[in-house]
Design a protein around this ligand. Structure first.
Ligand SMILES: [Zn+2]
Length: 225
């Protein structure tokens, strides 16, 4: 497992999915949060392309002058991450039509939790939209989020969360299958036929394939010929 947010693989295919993947959930160990503090959050935001280097300098100055704003920013981003995770899990469950990614069959509970999460996400987005600005471009007017440096990171996070919820095909959001040895990260399946199962074949898929091969060989050796 990578130790630092700078080594965290970006497999989501969308910054909002990479955000959800910054919290390592599941397994028997307690969750590990790669967004451990505001500076980890800032460097991650640049890495996923949510903010530019120049914007990161502005945020850094604003957060340095006002530590409470840094704390509030991190709290807001974690809050958006949790809400988005609940909404996406419910969408994945819905698409699968049976059990959800955690093996839970309580679809109603998922729907209620997702509904509550949507209310929270809408509040976060409303705040971000209130701080956004309309910018006249050559072919259209654009809504530019993040005009207040201290709130730039949470506002862009809310923008990314809204973008995936409103514009992506949620039936293409997948979870690297934990029961089969995958890592549980979310990713957007952009394959033509929608058949992608693993976050990255180079890692999870190959590990699982190698394990199955070993098991088959072992079974072949132990079975009476
Ligand atoms: Zn995986």
């Amino acid at each position: 497992m990578p130790l630092d947010v700078s080594e965290l693989p970006l497999v989501g295919g969308h910054p909002a999915l990479d955000l959800v993947n910054t919290l390592e959930r599941g397994g028997n160990s307690p969750p590990h949060d790669f967004l451990s503090d505001s500076s980890a959050l800032l460097s991650w935001s640049v890495r996923v392309g949510m903010i530019s280097d120049a914007e990161a300098d502005q945020v850094d100055r604003a957060w340095h002058d006002e530590p409470a704003a840094a704390h509030a920013g991190l709290t807001a981003v974690r809050d958006i991450r949790e809400g988005l995770h609940l909404v996406l899990l419910a969408a994945i469950t819905d698409a699968a039509g049976d059990t959800d990614a955690a093996g839970d069959t309580d679809a109603d509970g998922d729907t209620v939790a997702a509904g509550a999460a949507l209310v929270g996400l809408h509040e976060r987005w409303s705040g971000a939209a209130a701080r956004a600005r309309l910018v006249l471009g050559s072919s259209q007017v654009r809504l530019a989020y993040g005009t207040v440096p201290a709130m730039l990171v949470p506002d862009r996070t809310a923008e990314a969360a809204f973008d995936i919820m409103l514009t992506a095909d949620l039936t293409r959001v997948r979870r690297c299958p934990v029961p089969e040895g995958g890592c549980g990260w979310l990713f957007l399946d952009q394959s033509r036929n929608g058949s992608r199962r693993w976050c990255r074949m180079a890692d999870c898929g190959n590990v699982v394939k190698a394990r199955r091969l070993t098991e088959r060989r072992r079974a072949a050796r132990s079975s009476p010929s």
